[in-house]
Design a protein around this ligand. Structure first.
Ligand code: FAD
Length: 304
């Protein structure tokens, strides 16, 4: 309940505008956000990505944003992603660029989202970069999957995120296993109707492990995107983590200790790095999904 209340408060536009205009509060919040967000500029994201790359982790990069409602804003976001892809190519970093389809056009129309997706996929292919489509609320799942299937016909460098907590996902997974794009499994970050999903529980963890096993039975590449040590330990026991088709992907700033340990155990590891001026909602999500982060956030803010 705390988590959902926090997310709704964060979506309040008045509060957001107030904070952004507050010359005292905004810099303090930005200081606390640094643990989870590289910075506001593309350059900040690239610097952070290079650090992880040097430490031996693969990297996903996202320019933060979602639900972009005008065509002009969608074009601007798409251009930012294109610039990011070109810069990563120039730096020779074999990275993944990750985004919400609602950030690049889906709120305007599926056709606009597809045109932008295709442009990004072609630019990514030229630069040796892969793309990863994030998964949003369940009202959008059908449209996102349909755009993913459409792009998969021409581009194998585009992957898709599936939310294990949704009951429909076992069918969706079967449906896309024949496509070549990487599958990223996440538990799911959105509040859904009771009949649509199962909450955090051992049942959810078992389902997660079952989906990983299913992907590997089909020899399908997979990103195990979780910070849950119980799941990771279980996968390790089954000797599934060091499979070359598997990478373990974690959000920057969430469990760096665990990620390093896995890297030292020869598991393929990946860090999800974010940047952009829309960091506020992203950071509130990180606190909402793990409330003890509020203490870390406050101590980062007050640290000299
Ligand atoms: P949880 O059960 O939530 O947490 C397990 C344990 O991990 C916790 O007990 C705690 O020890 C640790 N932990 C988890 N979160 C935090 C945190 N913020 N700070 C500190 N410790 C923490 N969701 C979507 O709905 N769509 C997406 O496209 C999407 N993309 C993602 C991409 C990546 C790479 C990752 C890692 C997550 C993504 N998510 C996405 C978020 C995901 O759905 C979960 O909300 C999030 O990963 C937390 O779930 P968990 O698997 O870590 O397990």
């Amino acid at each position: 309940r705390f988590s959902n209340s926090l997310k709704s408060i964060a979506r309040d536009q008045h509060l957001k505008t107030y904070l952004q205009n507050s010359s005292e509060l905004y810099p303090l919040l930005a200081k606390g956000a640094k643990r989870f967000v590289a910075g506001e500029r593309r350059e900040d994201g690239l610097v952070r990505a290079k650090e992880f790359h040097t430490q031996g982790h693969a990297v996903s990069l996202e320019y933060i944003g979602e639900n972009t409602i005008t065509k002009e804003e969608c074009v601007r976001s798409k251009e930012e992603f294109k610039g990011l892809i070109t810069d990563l190519g120039r730096l020779g970093m074999k990275a993944t660029v990750s985004f919400d389809l609602s950030h690049i056009g889906m709120m305007v129309s599926d056709d606009l989202a597809f045109i932008h997706l295709e442009e990004l996929a072609s630019a990514a292919a030229k630069n040796g970069i892969s793309l990863m489509i994030s998964m949003e609320e369940s009202q959008k799942t059908d449209r996102i999957l349909s755009l993913y299937k459409r792009i998969s016909k021409t581009h194998s460098n585009v992957g898709i995120t599936l939310q294990v907590h949704l009951n429909r996902t076992s069918i969706d997974l079967e449906d896309i296993l024949s496509l070549s794009g990487n599958i990223r499994l996440v538990k799911g970050a959105y509040q859904e109707g009771e009949e649509q999903y199962i909450p955090r529980s051992s049942e959810l963890n078992n389902r997660y492990i079952h989906f990983v096993t299913t992907c590997l039975e089909h020899d399908h590449p997979i990103s195990v995107a979780t910070h849950d040590e119980t799941i990771l330990t279980e996968l390790k026991k089954k000797d599934l983590l060091r499979n070359p088709r598997v990478e373990v992907e974690m959000l920057d700033g969430v469990r760096p200790d665990l990620l390093r340990r896995l890297h030292d155990e020869d598991v393929n590891t990946k860090v999800y790095v974010t940047y952009g001026s829309e960091w506020y909602l992203y950071v509130v999500h990180r606190i909402a999904e793990y409330p003890p982060n509020i203490y870390t956030f406050i101590s980062d803010v007050i640290e000299e």
